[in-house]
Design a binder for this molecule. Structure first.
Ligand code: IMP
Ligand code: MG
Length: 193
C-alpha cells in the first residue's frame, strides 16, 4: 500500500505530501495511450526519441505496450528555469541523431510545462527532414492564462500547476524512482515553485 510506504520512515517517501497519480492509474493510462499511438501509426516503423532523463521510466513502459517496429535514439536536453539567460534555448547534451530523414518520429517526454523544450527540439528535428514529428508526454501542466509554446499529440494526464516528482520526474536529481507521481512537501522544495 502506498499509504504504508508514506507512513514509514523510508527516506525516499518522507518528503512526499501526496500521491497525485498512482502507479495503477499510470499503468492503465499508459496502456490506453499506446493504443492511441498504435492506431495513428497503423503498423509503420517508428523512431522513438525519449528525452532523457525524465522520460526514462515512462518510455520503458510505453514502448513495451506498442506493437510496432521501432528504433530508439536518445535525446538529452537540459531545461533551465524561467528568468535565466538560457531559458529561451534549452541545451542539447547529446548530438541529435543524424539519420532521421524520412522517418516517423515520436518524441517522448515526461512533462509539458512551458513547452520550450518541445518547441526547440521539434525545430531542430525538422531540419533533419523527417516524414513526420509527433510528441507524447506523460503529463501536461495546466497553468491558468498561459498557452504553452508547443502542444503535444498524445498526453497521458493533465495536472495542476504543482511541482511533481516520481515515475522519472525529479527535484534536483532525486525522487525519480518513486513509483507514483507525487507532490513534495513545501519544506522539501525550499524556494522551488
Ligand atoms: P518546459 O520546457 O517548460 O515544457 O519544461 C519541460 C521540462 O521541465 C520537463 O521535461 C522537466 O524536465 C522539467 N519540469 C517541468 N515541470 C516539472 C515538474 O513539475 N517536475 C519535474 N520536472 C519538471
Ligand atoms: Mg525533462
Amino acid at each position: 500500500m502506498v499509504g504504508d510506504e508514506i507512513m514509514s520512515t523510508d527516506r525516499l517517501w518522507h518528503n512526499v505530501e501526496k500521491v497525485l497519480v498512482s502507479r495503477d492509474e499510470i499503468a492503465l493510462r499508459v496502456a490506453s495511450l499506446a493504443g492511441e499511438i498504435a492506431a495513428v501509426y497503423d503498423g509503420r516503423e517508428l523512431t522513438i526519441l525519449p528525452v532523457l532523463t525524465g522520460s526514462l521510466i515512462f518510455t520503458s513502459d510505453l514502448i513495451r505496450r506498442l506493437p510496432l517496429p521501432m528504433r530508439i535514439d536518445l535525446i538529452s536536453i537540459s531545461s533551465y528555469p524561467d528568468g535565466t539567460l538560457e531559458s529561451s534555448s534549452p541545451k542539447f547534451n547529446l548530438p541529435i541523431p543524424a539519420d532521421l530523414s524520412g522517418r516517423d518520429i515520436l518524441i517522448v517526454d515526461d512533462i509539458l510545462d512551458s513547452g520550450r523544450t518541445l518547441a526547440s527540439l521539434a525545430a531542430a528535428l525538422e531540419r533533419r527532414k523527417p516524414a513526420s514529428v509527433r510528441s507524447c508526454v506523460l503529463l501536461r501542466k495546466l497553468v491558468a492564462g498561459r498557452k504553452p509554446l508547443a502542444g503535444a499529440d498524445f498526453v497521458g494526464f493533465d495536472v495542476p500547476d504543482e511541482f511533481v516528482v516520481g515515475y522519472g520526474l525529479d527535484f534536483k536529481h532525486l525522487y525519480r524512482n518513486l513509483p507514483d507521481i507525487c507532490v513534495l512537501k513545501a519544506h522539501a522544495k525550499g524556494g522551488a515553485s
